[in-house]
Design a protein around this ligand. Structure first.
Ligand SMILES: *Cc1c(COP(=O)(O)O)cnc(C)c1O
Length: 387
């Protein structure tokens, strides 16, 4: 085996298939405007939905924590990596989300891997929406549980699959609440009902809903369903403008995770700065939850205009708006055309999304002004004429 050639060939193949990924040379990719080739573009691709990543109050939370505790936790929390800020954050978060307990993980990716593989083993069956995040799929694979994927948002299909297993089989139903590629939402009421009927545990991922729905507490809170959802996971890294992840659950599931979740036990805990920022972010969102409401409102208005122009936005009902373009060539043309109009929009291709649904994806932010919204509408109006 010639390893040099092995990697090179693999990359060449990706390039041939147009699937090669590169890290773009952005500076301040979280900010509202980014610069590419000396051109100032409105940034509609970041997950900084509420513009909190550079918020004074949150930065000060991080700075205060660094001053008091330094830059590293230097160990897993199970050893010496805990500090009291952690406990304060978990207590506050549990209360904020309406749960008995909360546990912090280093990232959303690690949280899903660790939680799912800690709870499930080969004797479990995991029922997962086909469009769930990659970290849920990877956690499921790591757990060795039986993996049953139901069609996206198709709860009749979910029930058909649930029926195949007898009552004693241990079951976990998992869903994103806001889906990152389609911008639509799970029907948590239906999921909760099925979980009751078939005696399954329910886990949700609120990564794109945290800070936005339910007065910042997520979609489960908005629907008043916290009590019915056993494992409520989310992140600080998107709407909350910081970093890291959490799970809210009852005390015994938390203690179970502390004992079994390998991503928690075998990794150095987040540094003080991150915990300080997270605490400040929760405080900020409690007092400023209208930001999320505004975001949903402007998303609705913009989506309506895009539909009037003739774009298909699937079933989006959130700040994430997919705009179906169709094929790879058209998608590249569309993306370049929008850059000329001053808009930076993500272009998403298969295999990330199904073939034929190559799309642009708008990630809106609450601080878009009326003028900026008009700029988006105009850009898309012209794009429609172009393609
Ligand atoms: C972004 C995301 C994650 C991963 O969270 P990170 O903190 O970025 O690792 C997990 N689940 C969903 C649905 C996400 O969108």
């Amino acid at each position: 085996m010639n390893y040099k050639v092995y990697f090179k060939n693999y990359l060449e193949k990706l390039k041939d298939e147009n699937l090669y990924r590169e890290i773009p040379l952005f500076d301040k990719g979280d900010s509202k405007y980014i610069e590419i080739k000396n051109k100032k573009l409105l940034n509609l691709a970041s997950n900084n939905y509420l513009g909190l990543s550079n918020k004074k109050e949150i930065k000060e939370g991080a700075i205060k924590a660094i001053k008091k505790y330094g830059c590293s936790s230097s160990a897993s929390r199970i050893v010496t990596g805990n500090f009291l800020l952690y406990n304060e954050l978990e207590l506050g978060l549990a209360k904020f989300k309406g749960y008995e307990a909360a546990l912090i993980f280093n990232t959303g990716y690690v949280a899903n891997l660790s939680i799912i593989s800690a709870i499930c083993d080969k004797n479990w069956v995991i029922f997962s929406d086909k469009l769930n995040h990659a970290s849920i799929i990877d956690g499921t694979l790591l757990s060795k549980a039986k993996h049953e994927r139901f069609r996206h948002l198709d709860y009749e299909h979910l029930e058909t699959i649930l029926k195949r297993y007898n009552k004693d089989v241990k079951k976990l139903i998992i869903t994103d609440t806001v889906f990152s590629m389609d911008g639509d939402v799970a029907d948590l009421e239906k999921i909760v009902k099925l979980a009751k009927d078939y005696n399954a545990l329910v886990m949700i991922d609120e990564a794109h809903a945290t800070g936005i729905f339910g007065k910042g507490r997520g979609l489960a809170h908005e629907l008043g369903l916290e009590k019915e959802i056993d494992i409520n996971m989310g992140t600080f890294s998107k709407g909350l403008g910081s970093f890291g992840a959490y799970v809210c659950c009852n005390k015994s599931i938390k203690d179970y995770l502390v004992n079994k979740a390998r991503g928690f036990i075998f990794s150095t805990s987040l540094p003080p700065a991150v915990i300080g920022a997270n605490l400040a972010a929760i405080k900020f969102i409690k007092e400023n939850y209208q930001l999320g409401e505004r975001l949903i409102e402007i998303s609705k208005k913009l989506r309506k205009k895009l539909n009037e122009i003739g774009f298909n936005t699937l079933n989006s009902s959130t700040q994430i708006i997919p705009i179906i373009i169709g094929n790879r060539e058209k998608l590249q043309i569309a993306k370049d055309f929008l850059i000329e109009s001053g808009l930076y929009v993500a272009a998403i291709r298969p295999p990330t999304v199904p073939i034929g649904t190559d799309r642009l994806r708008l990630s809106l932010r609450a601080d878009l002004t009326d003028d900026e919204l008009e700029l988006i509408v105009e850009g898309f109006r012209k794009l429609k004429e172009r393609i």
